[in-house]
Design a protein around this ligand. Structure first.
Ligand code: BGP
Length: 468
């Protein structure tokens, strides 16, 4: 049995525009919701962008992408996942015509990827709804968002489809239930949203996603369109059947989103949930036909698993947006995200068994505090913890491939340090490349290769055959 990954397996890293580009008002861009979220989802948004918001400058990728891509190429990346900032292309979101300067930036970025042998994987909407759409329309609660998104997606496909084949419609689309502003551009505070508002927003996003798939396939049937969900396996906290059922229900809250994308219709358990919540979806003529435009592959982020309990007295812990009961058998990162490589094998198998569509792990990684130290005369980070996380998860991917799962690729989250989505910190670092920028905004923005940089380069060079 060979240890190597399948030939053509895509190796790389993933980022989102708002977390690294900076240049938040350059070349015609207007603010997105992120530009008024200086604390991520940890605090309410501000009225105006404030200087403490690290995303306004990010890591200045907008001006440094060439040299950053050189570093990724040095690691051997064959894929690079990034998002387009919607507010660069349609600065307010509801304009008729796109902003040419914004399109031109992504022209350059795409060409820079291709010239370095990297397949671009583009997320159309990654937590960066134009601020105007959030404020004036309340984001995805409003049906008119579908048309704005369709125009935006069509603009991207028509401009870039000659060079970009892999597209993701929405980042972590299931996150809207947990973080409505972040994932749905919904300005109304979460506490004030009714289930009716929230699930109506879900419906609009799902219709928009399917519509984008239809548009893409009309433009070029060869385009590969994927949905993107947070994958969080839920384990029963005890063997009690009621806990097993609680775990199943928790997983289904998320699986429903990919079910719609893969099967083209709402699953029965989801419709029951809506009935129990008293939600009556406003479904327009043609919506259900639109949903039948299913995706070509399923992509997902995987960071952690959770437990579930039928006992309402058992409290949820911290973790990636979704939350859940902590697993007493697993270690955690400093931010409380539990580390579970086996969970990745479980997810890959479950998803493959459920939908039979190719899978793409488009996010996986460890956020940790790093210390820049001098080794052999150069500044670096000795991040053995990150290497251990990487190799353990890749071993799970290899096992899943041996189990028969069709996996297209793996893009590590944040191959270069970026601003965190949930906490807006820079000190929560994921990168193989260290960026000298601190939570208080100080720093030179210099880049330094960490020890994990060499580790990932060696793994890619051997096509995954040597995972230590
Ligand atoms: C996912 C998001 C990313 C990314 C990652 C890590 O939920 O899609 O944007 O940031 O999680 O999360 P964080 O930055 O909060 O540590």
């Amino acid at each position: 049995m060979t240890n190597a990954f399948p030939e053509g397996f895509l190796w790389g890293g993933a980022v989102a525009a708002n977390q690294l580009e900076g240049a938040y008002l350059e070349d015609g861009k207007l603010p997105s919701i992120q530009d008024v979220m200086p604390k991520g989802i940890a605090a309410p948004p501000t009225e105006e962008p404030t200087p403490d918001n690290l995303k306004l400058e990010g890591i200045d990728f907008y001006h440094r992408y060439e040299t950053d891509l050189d570093l990724f190429a040095e690691m051997g990346f064959t894929a690079f996942r990034f998002s387009v900032a919607w507010s660069r292309i349609f600065p307010r979101g509801d304009e008729e015509a796109p902003n040419e300067a914004g399109l031109a930036f992504y022209d350059r970025l795409i060409d820079a990827c291709l010239s370095r042998g990297m397949t671009p994987v583009i997320t159309i909407s990654h937590y960066e709804t134009p601020l105007h759409l959030a404020r004036a329309y309340d984001g995805w609660v409003d049906r008119r968002m579908i048309a704005f998104y369709e125009r935006y997606a069509r603009t991207l496909f028509e401009r870039f489809a000659d060079r970009v084949t892999h597209w993701l419609t929405f980042n972590e689309i299931n996150a809207v239930l947990h973080a409505p502003l972040l994932a749905g551009g919904i300005w109304t505070p979460k506490e004030e949203l009714s289930p009716q508002d929230l699930y109506q927003a879900v419906h609009h996003e799902l219709v928009a996603s399917a519509s984008a798939t239809r548009i893409a396939h009309e433009i070029d049937p060869e385009l590969k369109i994927g949905c993107m969900v947070i994958a969080t396996p839920a384990y029963p906290l005890t063997p009690a059947p009621s806990d097993v059922w609680a775990a199943k229900q928790l997983e289904r809250d998320s699986l429903a989103f990919a079910d719609v994308h893969c099967r083209g219709a709402y699953p029965g358990f989801f419709l029951r949930k809506l009935r129990e919540l008293g939600v009556e979806l406003d479904v327009a003529d043609g919506d259900l036909e639109t949903l039948r435009h299913t995706v070509d592959f399923v992509s997902f982020s995987y960071y952690m698993s959770v437990c579930a309990s039928a006992d309402p007295g058992v409290r949820a812990g911290r973790g990636n947006i979704m939350g859940g009961v902590p697993n007493p058998t697993l270690p955690s990162s400093e931010w409380g995200w539990q580390i579970d490589p086996v969970g990745l094998r479980i997810v890959l198998n479950d998803f493959w068994d459920r939908w039979g569509k190719p899978l793409f792990i488009v996010e996986n990684g460890l956020g940790a505090r790093d210390e820049l130290v001098e080794v052999d005369g150069r500044l670096t980070v000795v991040d053995d913890y990150r290497i251990a996380y990487l190799t353990a998860h890749l071993k799970s991917v290899r096992e899943a491939i041996r189990d028969g799962v069709d996996v297209w690729g793996y893009t590590w989250w944040g191959p270069i340090d970026v601003v965190s989505a949930s906490t807006a910190q820079l000190s929560k670092r994921y990168g193989f490349v260290y960026v000298d920028r601190n939570d208080d905004g100080t720093g030179t923005l210099e880049r330094y290769r960490k020890k994990s940089f060499d580790a990932y380069r060696a793994i890619i060079a051997g096509n995954g055959a040597d995972l230590g």
